[in-house]
Design a protein around this ligand. Structure first.
Ligand SMILES: [Zn+2]
Ligand SMILES: [Zn+2]
Length: 488
């Protein structure tokens, strides 16, 4: 039987609950020895590892973060009728390690009968938009972290309290957080609490250009008498040659505007350098929705011969269509600068994620929040790259990628932030496609298609053993984690 010590929590009354019975179980271990008529200078206390299951930090890790070390404070001695020696021991940040305190006087060594076992605790609050279903049980989330001696306690409750935002995107992220903040009540646990917001959809839009309609012919007005226009159908493709989907049906305010999805359309006559603008009313959505209530990837362009053509000759030219399309749906994100995470329960207009997928996303985003995937020993990135390197985290797992991005040595592989490609065999940058079977919740790519079975291999809702060890060794003192110190 061992005594648990929540080594990441400071000694404050707010943490004394849910199985923590006294503030003596928080932060440092205070060892006390009382002796009669002894010379206190001869008493030596020390904390020694107990058993064979302790996780070890490398020397490099201990050098980078002092909290990876066991730090004894100088002893305090009071001498009245008997001598009392008190000494604080700050145990390492790791969870699941056992220690005993030994007192040595001359040649005699006395040891505590119970071992002290390190554990850590963080809190989270669920907030959800009205009508967005949160999985009935989130115990799979806390169980996964608890495997690595990190407790996650749910506090307060903001389910069903926020107004629905159909899609969180680049223009409304600030409003989204402002709205979520009004439901956040876990501030008393600062800096140990994380906000987990269940949102509807998360996507961004981006400009897309299709210029593959060259040598389009507009018949002369004489030839085309009575018709006075021709129609051209344009299939929208993205930079990878895949279907691009118009930004419609995702934001009601955008849908009320005059064709928010259309940036411009232009026709350039053969041999000319200036183009002629095609009227917005002459560009319209065509084809069927490919994803339930949305997913249009075709437009029909009317080329009006009176505006664009010639009376007697056939006019030839190139058509360029610029649209706003979906840049991608996201399952969630973890703000890089605050205690905020969000999970989207839908994508592709009406595609509901399963509870398992939502749980996987939440584990992934909480993993980011505490510092996964570890990047502690990674060198600065090549010049011109933005880095996500945190030297206070343990050594990187062997399958780390994405710790920097942008520039010539881009390694983000389609996803921002440090991730783990355990189980993956290849990434094709030209197609933004992975092969392999993800073996870790910290994988950052889209599900991969199994060619043999035609089914998608989903990212698991467990950590690989390397990332699990990082969770165990992570310094979870909220005062040492920038994201947790800054409430959203
Ligand atoms: Zn991620
Ligand atoms: Zn991993």
């Amino acid at each position: 039987m061992s005594l648990k010590q929540w080594v990441n929590l400071t000694r404050e009354a707010v943490h004394v609950e849910d199985g923590i019975t006294s503030d003596a179980r928080l932060d440092y271990v205070l060892a006390k020895v009382k002796m009669k008529k002894k010379d206190p200078a001869l008493i030596k206390l020390r904390a020694v590892p107990e058993g064979g299951d302790n996780a070890e930090y490398s020397d490099a890790e201990k050098k980078r973060n002092v909290h990876f070390k066991l730090v004894p404070f100088p002893p305090e001695i009071t001498s009245e009728s008997e001598v009392e020696l008190k000494q604080k021991f700050f145990l390492p940040a790791v969870g699941g390690n056992k220690y005993k305190i030994e007192a040595k006087y001359k040649d005699k060594v006395v040891s505590t009968s119970k071992a002290i076992e390190t554990i850590r605790r963080l809190y989270f609050q669920v907030i959800s938009m009205k009508g967005v279903a949160v999985p009935g049980s989130l115990s799979d989330v806390s169980d996964e972290f608890e495997k690595y001696f990190m407790e996650l306690k749910e506090k307060e409750d903001g389910r069903d309290t926020m107004d629905l935002i159909k899609t969180v995107h680049q223009d409304n992220t600030g409003d989204f957080k402002d709205s979520a903040r009004t439901s956040y009540k876990a501030g008393k646990y600062w800096p140990y609490a994380i906000a987990c917001v269940f949102s509807n959809m998360i996507a961004d839009y981006a400009d897309n250009e299709n210029d593959d309609h060259v040598d389009v012919e507009i018949p002369s007005m004489i030839d085309n008498l009575g018709e006075n226009s021709i129609e051209v159908t344009v299939d929208l493709k993205d930079e990878f040659g895949d279907d691009a989907y118009l930004w419609t049906g995702l934001d009601d305010d955008h849908d009320l505007l005059d064709k928010f999805w259309l940036v411009s359309a232009a026709f350039t006559r053969e041999g000319e350098t200036t183009s002629q603008v095609i009227r917005r009313s002459d560009v319209n959505i065509s084809g069927a929705a490919s994803h339930g209530t949305g997913g249009f990837s075709q437009v029909k362009v009317t080329l009006n011969e009176i505006l664009l053509g010639d009376l007697l000759e056939t006019t030839k030219g190139n058509l360029v269509i610029k649209t706003r399309v979906v840049d991608g749906f996201s399952g969630g994100f973890s703000s890089g600068d605050s205690n905020f995470t969000t999970v989207a329960v839908k994508s592709w207009w009406d595609g509901d994620h399963s509870d398992d997928e939502n749980i996987q996303t939440l584990i992934h985003e909480l993993g980011h929040k505490i510092g996964l995937s570890s990047t502690g020993d990674r060198p600065p990135p090549p010049a011109g790259n933005f880095a996500f390197i945190n030297s206070k985290t343990p050594d990187a797992p062997p399958n780390l990628y994405g710790e920097y991005y942008e520039g010539p040595d881009e390694n983000n592989k389609g996803h921002q932030g440090p991730h783990c490609e355990d189980g993956m065999t290849a990434y094709d940058a030209a197609k933004d496609e992975w092969t392999g079977t993800p073996g870790c919740a910290m994988f950052g790519g889209s599900p991969t298609l199994d060619a043999a079975t035609g089914t998608y291999k989903e990212t698991p809702n467990i950590f690989c053993s390397d990332c699990g060890l990082s969770v165990r060794k992570m310094d979870l003192n909220g005062f040492h984690i920038d994201d947790l110190k800054k409430e959203f």
